[in-house]
Design a protein around this ligand. Structure first.
Ligand code: ADP
Length: 279
């Protein structure tokens, strides 16, 4: 705990008096430290691909000048590094946008089942390439929740991409939507979306830190997979904005489940379809 102490003389007639103020500045100090760590992390993350790019440019100008095969290989690596920087800058922008909007509660009536289907459709080529099976388990009755459709899509995409990336060949990824109709206990809370994978799982001591910026269980594997280390931090901010919860359960050797609970406010439900799902 850090305190700032201020002492002010007080004119109290004949007796000499002073006003002593103790101000707890721990939160300010902590916020400053978090900001400094973030800037240091971002600089480090940008410098790594930049150093590689500068090195390869020098090689292309020098030793590899007359080596077309080598040039092609170096250009591919440079392209990969440039894409990595582009992803990092994109995620940093997403993070700052989501943080700026965090107090504004989204209100658009969104059909999460349709979003899940469209996300899985978009991820089918990535899953096929990785040898991963994608499944959806959706309720028949339509459901509507107040949400920001683009941000909700980003959450689903991040969670499913992680499940595909870290699950590996042979893994099965199942996205389950449970509407309030089907789970009376959830009526007060909202809908539940669970992204389950049968991958290697995560050691329990990592779980509380997974949504921190740049926290990775296996640094090398995350980078190899093209990860920026910001995906779950973005997910957490979007879920906060929706006044929801993110729960992470994992068993090493069996797989992981990332569960979102998003409030379904019946007053926000759109149209007759939404009425059916939420009433
Ligand atoms: P990254 O860009 O590294 O994927 P994220 O914030 O999305 O960053 O995830 C943080 C870390 O959590 C990852 O580096 C990975 O170690 C771990 N992780 C996330 N999802 C899974 C999963 N489904 N299975 C195993 N590990 C996971």
């Amino acid at each position: 705990v850090t305190f700032r102490v201020t002492v002010r003389p007080v004119d109290a007639g004949a007796r000499a008096s002073a006003l002593v103020c103790l101000q707890d500045t721990s939160a300010v100090q902590r916020a400053g430290q978090i900001r400094r760590d973030f800037v240091a992390n971002v600089s480090h993350e940008l410098r790594t691909p930049l150093t590689a790019l500068i090195g390869f440019i020098e090689t292309l100008r020098g030793p590899a000048r007359n080596d077309p095969k080598g040039q092609e290989r170096f250009l591919s690596i440079m392209e990969r590094e440039a894409h990595r920087m582009n992803r990092l800058v994109g995620d940093l922008l997403s993070l700052s946008r989501v943080e700026a909007e965090e107090r504004v509660r989204p209100t658009e009536p969104v059909d999460p089942a349709a979003l899940i289907q469209s996300c899985l459709h978009g991820l089918a080529p990535l899953a096929a390439e990785a040898g991963v099976t994608l499944r959806a388990d959706l309720p028949e009755a339509p459901v509507r929740i107040p949400a920001d459709p683009d941000q909700l899509r980003q959450v689903l995409t991040n969670l499913c991409e992680n499940a595909i990336k870290y699950g590996g060949r042979g893994c099965v990824v199942t996205v389950t939507l449970t509407g309030p109709d089907y789970e009376p206990r959830l009526r007060a809370l909202g809908v539940r979306i669970a992204v389950r994978d049968t991958g290697p799982g995560i050691d329990p001591h990592h779980i509380p830190r997974l949504t921190e910026r740049f926290y990775r269980v296996d640094d090398h594997r995350s980078r190899e997979m093209g990860g920026t280390g910001l995906g779950l931090a973005i997910v957490k901010h979007i879920v906060n904005r929706h006044r929801g919860w993110l729960r992470i359960d994992s068993t090493p050797g069996e797989g992981s489940v990332f569960t979102l609970i998003l409030p379904a406010d019946p007053a926000e439900a759109g149209g007759s379809q939404g009425q059916r799902g939420l009433s």
